[in-house]
Design a protein. Structure first.
Length: 239
């Protein structure tokens, strides 16, 4: 018998930087295509998938490029960067035969449709991938928080935080050879050990909503599918 996936509806958070590949900025074609191949693999399992993508590969509100700028203005630029990434990702999915819809938290009606929760739920039920663009729509927040917020809103069973590191470690694995990866860890323990899982607002929201987080590597081939199958991949942060 075919093994069943561990989840039915998930929210995947991709950082903007994950799209850069080895480039210094922007969107690397081969990288985005590989990510879409990972998405296709889990879509084939019948997973309902929503994605929040960051904008750090194009613009970050607190980066040197924004130095001297009004913070809220810089943050709006960051949110617009996530719209560009969302469009690129949705287009790459379209080319791979995956139907996707981009919904924006900021009204840009000529470019993408606005975020309307019942519509997003309808798309998910229809099997379409929904890409939530423009973060939360508010400055002073991050796309991690948007992922937690939208994940809670759509009733996702888990937030999958895709990073370049394959989980949460006891110390920085790049600096400390004794660092060990946690297979699972509770929100409370992650907090008391001051481990970086998601930013504080996102972390608090997930904890409050009893929404588990899985931190895993998007650069590791096949990792997304193993996460979906409930295998020991990355770190599961739970209540
Ligand atoms: N941003 C924001 N509000 C949000 C989401 C994002 O102001 O709800 C801005 C913020 O300036 C941030 C930038 O958009 O630096 C890009 O988002 P993020 O840093 O989360 O992207 P990632 O690190 O995942 O690429």
């Amino acid at each position: 018998m075919l093994k069943k996936s561990a989840y039915k509806r998930v929210l995947l958070k991709l950082s903007g930087e994950a799209l850069m590949g080895d480039d210094a900025y922007g969107i690397n074609r081969a990288t985005i295509e590989r990510m879409v191949a990972d998405v296709a693999e889990i879509k084939a399992l019948g997973i309902e998938l929503a994605i929040v993508i960051g904008g750090g590969n194009i613009f970050r509100g607190v980066a040197p490029g924004a130095e001297g700028m009004d913070r809220a203005t810089a943050d709006y630029m960051g949110m617009l960067a996530t719209v560009m990434n969302s469009l690129a990702l949705a287009d790459a999915m379209r080319q791979a035969g995956i139907t996707a819809r981009v919904m924006s938290a900021i009204a840009i009606d000529q470019v993408v449709e606005p975020y309307v929760r019942p519509k997003a739920l309808q798309y998910l039920e229809e099997g379409k991938v929904v890409v939530f663009a423009a973060g939360t729509g508010n400055p002073f927040f991050t796309t991690d928080t948007a992922a937690a917020l939208r994940g809670a809103e759509i009733g996702a069973e888990i937030v999958l935080k895709a990073t370049k590191v394959d989980g949460v470690y006891s110390a920085d694995p790049n600096k400390d050879s004794n660092a060990v990866r946690y297979s699972t860890i509770s929100f409370d323990e992650a907090l008391s050990r001051q481990l970086q899982v998601m930013d504080a607002t996102a972390f608090a929201l997930c904890r409050d909503r009893n929404l588990p987080i899985k931190v895993f590597s998007i650069v590791k081939p096949g990792a997304l599918k193993r996460v979906i199958m409930g295998e020991d991949e990355g770190t599961l942060v739970h209540v």
